[in-house]
Ligand binder design. Sequence first.
Ligand code: GDP
Ligand code: ZN
Length: 462
Amino acid sequence: MTLDSSPIVAIATAPGRGGIGVVRVSGKNLGTMVTAICTLPQGAALQPRHATYTNFVDADGSVIDQGLALYFKAPHSYTGEDVLELQGHGGPVVMQLLLARCLQAGNGIDLRMAQPGEFTHRAFLNDKLDLAQAEAVADLIEASTEAAARSASQSLSGVFSSIIHTLVEQVTQLRMLVEATLDFPEEEIDFLEKSDARGKLDTIRSSLDQVFQQAAQGALLRDGLNIVLAGQPNVGKSSLLNALAGADVAIVTPIAGTTRDKVTETIQIEGIPLNIIDTAGIRDSADAADDVERIGIARTWAAVEQADVIIHMLDACRGPTLADEHITARFPDNVPVMRVWNKIDLSGHRPAIDRLDNATHIYLSATDKLGMELLRAELLRLAGWQQTGESLYLARERHLIALGAARLHLNAAAEHAALNDHALDLFAEELRLAQDRLSSITGEFTSDDLLGVIFSRFCIGK
Ligand code: GDP
Ligand code: ZN
């Protein structure tokens, strides 16, 4: 991502048609642009934080649209810069016209199109948000379940960041204590006892463990569980998906081989997104009719390797077929497999769960909704979901990695303390490393490369 301080512009609302569409501009010296586009009374300017009803006009004075102009003066804006929002009618053509008009009128101030996430990146650089909060903006927009959205909101409002700050604060205090002692070598000997450094470290370690666990739950709400639904045509994969979703999301049909492509459906159990890939009864690629099908099959196997769990579905009336053995042989060793025996309403089995030969077997009926709760509970168990009843904050894999690394440094510090080897300098160094890792979560020590990666995944206009 190239960073300069040019004013930027983008359509901030989603593509497509809507009641209102917003073009947003951020940067310095927006005044002349405003007077060129908006039909304000002679000599007037937009009043910060007031909505002004106006025409939006072309260079020749012809009206593009009518709407509201909003102006936010730096630093009291989303980005921390001057921000202008033009709210017009939410049609793709009128929005494009308004955008083009902004670029034209902003030519003199080097106005350019914003890159993905650039508004939020500026907000971060201007200290309007820390990095974890900025990530929460994207996660709130992307949230696929209500629980994920609520947790992202928590993170955005700074709940997660302040927990991290508290940890950093505690580590810093302990470190200052240790470093002060380093200057007086004769006192090092009983420093650990006198200052209760060990006790303090243990307290920090247990808070960190707690934060890690909560963050792991938050990451689960964000990323969910990737599930591959495999099995022969007509065993009831689509029906199971529908039964789990509680709505008709997948096409259920009695004609074999209808689900031709890899289809991902996100459904939820207790707010956890389950990203389910409903595979067509995977055929051998040698049997594939054409290249398109072969590519589809290759993609499906790639998805199988990335899965958190494979649901291998079978017909409880028929038992496993030769084709099932072929499928099973190709399952990767490192992905847990759940065998779901469907249609027990016909076979006469009871709803049940059995853990046998490295696989869990569940007996159910997707259409008659028998045994579905066994499957739901098993999926939640595999996901590592613990019902705490507490409100969560959303977290990302990146945060978990940083927390995990910080934990290792604190463990190493504890070892130095336990050895009583007078290696207080090493003890202090581990604290410093832990502190750096924790700070990277909120972005105090974060490389430009990482920032680029994080913000480039945002949508344009955010
Ligand atoms: P898929 O090809 O594996 O996706 O299978 P579908 O979900 O399309 O189901 C194939 C047929 O089996 C449909 O006619 C379903 O109504 C039927 N079916 C699915 N699950 C059950 C079940 O639990 N009991 C009974 N009796 N029929 C089922
Ligand atoms: Zn199907």
